[in-house]
Design a protein around this ligand. Structure first.
Ligand code: UP5
Ligand code: MG
Length: 215
């Protein structure tokens, strides 16, 4: 990436803190390209790649995939894009990922957006996303087969949105990911957002960060 010299903002925060939701808003208002590390990994599973099974197992357990896998996907997405400004959402999740990304790509983030939210609120959001996904699946199968009482429960939503994996994801966030935020904080690069509020209010705070640097 040394030739391309992309501008990168890391978007970090616990599971369900609203990273994906707010990134969609930032893209619309400020012209960044959104790269969710989790989405890239899930796409890799669906593409039937040789790493797919390993990634699937790790995501189901809420653990962090080896950094070389994630970094390769991010580099590829950056190189394939015409854009030069990127939101990297949900990465880096530990010190090893952070150090390897900086050394392999030579890219240092402009700043880090940190969505601060209580576990209680994040848990509520993830469980309700899971419920919504279940109902969408049921309605879809009812429309498709004309039978609400289908003989199978359609598989929808995210494999990691169950209470056991959600708790594991929280633990990984506290044990491994917070140290990345502390690292960038010590460099004065963290913009902390109160993410426990409704979506529109959170975006007001996000806008206040991006507006002065909008070019
Ligand atoms: N919602 C959003 N904002 C809200 C608000 N202000 N008020 C009320 N509701 C709000 O939002 C979650 C839900 O909450 C949605 O239903 C939304 O409508 C609602 P979302 O915007 O999706 O939150 P987000 O922070 O993106 O949550 P996500 O579940 O994606 O976070 P994770 O960090 O857990 O997921 P990610 O996809 O990044 O990673 C998944 C797994 O991939 C990891 O556990 C790990 O196993 C693996 N991974 C790696 O190994 N390495 C990586 O680098 C990245 C991922
Ligand atoms: Mg997300």
């Amino acid at each position: 990436l040394s030739v391309k010299k992309p501008k990168v903002v890391f978007v970090l925060g616990g599971p369900g803190s609203g990273k994906g939701t707010q990134c969609a808003n930032i893209v619309e208002h400020f012209g960044y390209t959104h790269l969710s590390a989790g989405d890239l990994l899930r796409a890799e599973i669906n593409s039937g790649s040789e790493n797919g099974t390993m990634i699937q197992n790790m995501i189901s357990e809420g653990v962090i995939v080896p950094p070389e896998v994630t970094i390769k996907l991010l580099e590829k997405a950056i190189m394939e894009s015409e854009n030069d400004k990127f939101l990297i959402d949900g990465f880096p999740r530990n010190e090893e990922n952070r150090a390897m990304f900086e050394s392999v790509t030579g890219v240092v983030p402009e700043f880090v957006l940190f969505f601060d939210c209580s576990e209680e609120e994040m848990e509520r959001r993830l469980l309700s996303r899971n419920q919504v996904a279940k109902w969408v699946g049921r309605v879809w199968s009812w429309v498709r087969w004309g039978n609400g009482q289908t003989w199978f429960e359609p598989k929808c939503g995210r494999v990691d949105d169950n209470i056991d994996t959600i708790r594991k994801r929280f633990k990984v966030f506290v044990d491994s990911s917070l140290s990345v935020i502390n690292y960038y904080n010590s460099k004065g690069k963290v913009k902390k957002i109160d993410a426990g509020k409704p979506v529109a209010q959170v975006f007001e705070a996000v806008k206040a960060v991006f507006t002065p640097i909008d070019d």
